[in-house]
Design a protein around this ligand. Sequence first.
Ligand SMILES: *Cc1c(COP(=O)(O)O)cnc(C)c1O
Length: 354
Amino acid sequence: MSKFWSPVVHSLTPYVPGEQPKISGLIKLNTNENPYGPSPRAVEAMQRALGDSLRLYPDPGSDALRSTLAAYHGIGTEQVFVGNGSDEVLAVVFQALLDHEQALLFPDISYSFYPVYCGLYGIAYRQVPLNDKMEIDVDDYRGPCGAIIFPNPNAPTGIALPLAAIERLLQAQPERVVVIDEAYVDFGVESAVSLIGRYPNLLVVQTLSKSRSLAGLRVGTAYGSTELIAGLERVKNSFNSYPLDRVAQAGAIAAYQDEAYFQQTRQAIIATREALSASLGQLGFEVLPSGANFVFVRHPRCDAARLAAGLRERAIIVRHFHSPRIDQYLRITIGTDDECAALVAALTELLPAL
Ligand SMILES: *Cc1c(COP(=O)(O)O)cnc(C)c1O
């Protein structure tokens, strides 16, 4: 605490990201990074961007990237917004679209950055409990509210909603912005981008951090009606008019031009997820059905914190949340087949001892 701080700073509870330990040989299954590298074509494009041109400011509107994304999704460039990771995109979204008289709604178990942004921007919110199967029930979001946001698939559960459920919600709340955070959508779930032409209140947020394996580059996107995107642009241009640097713009464009690599790596992760889910099931874990690049699991006879500690002693890091309702679960990122085999071997050793 400091007398020099602005008053709001005293009340903030900042987000705590999963740890990034600097230990070599570690099997890191705690922050949902992609186990495969980015597209080699993206790496080449970024290398080409490193040169004399870095003395110049980047394109403030990221126009080439936005038109690449627009063509990829079959929408207009004015329906596309980009930022430094979807966390920055979400920061702009909270400020530009989610601050209304009535409370913002999001699930009680969800991305823990949402309440942090509400604190930063002074947005009133209400957390809607997941049902007893740990699912989002869109009918719980029909009542009065200022706006709605949730991830699909949800994090950290991994459970996905079908597009029809999202459409039902958009029809029930035509006067409210509905934001679908699709950080994990490419791991086997239908995207709501196909609905933005019909629902001017829908904003879809995506990231290149997970399925495009560019978490270190920091590129996130949003898709919606020109009305919503114009609101985001107004806030963005009041805060940082050059959000994406030249290297990020070049790498992101090339990542979307390498469809074959994208398909191959995401399919590999989906296949590994299914195999890992089966192996964990055989070890007695309850595995929630995942549409993401992680699984959310609990063991009926083993304490999650002790399991996480035992894995850590074996140089495997998974994510454990000390939060009500989910403190007996572990969130495990899908690694390579070898990493997942090492995890299963470690658990096979650990479980009888606990
Ligand atoms: C990972 C994640 C993000 C943020 O990703 P960026 O790296 O900032 O693009 C946003 N929402 C959810 C639900 C996530 O899991």
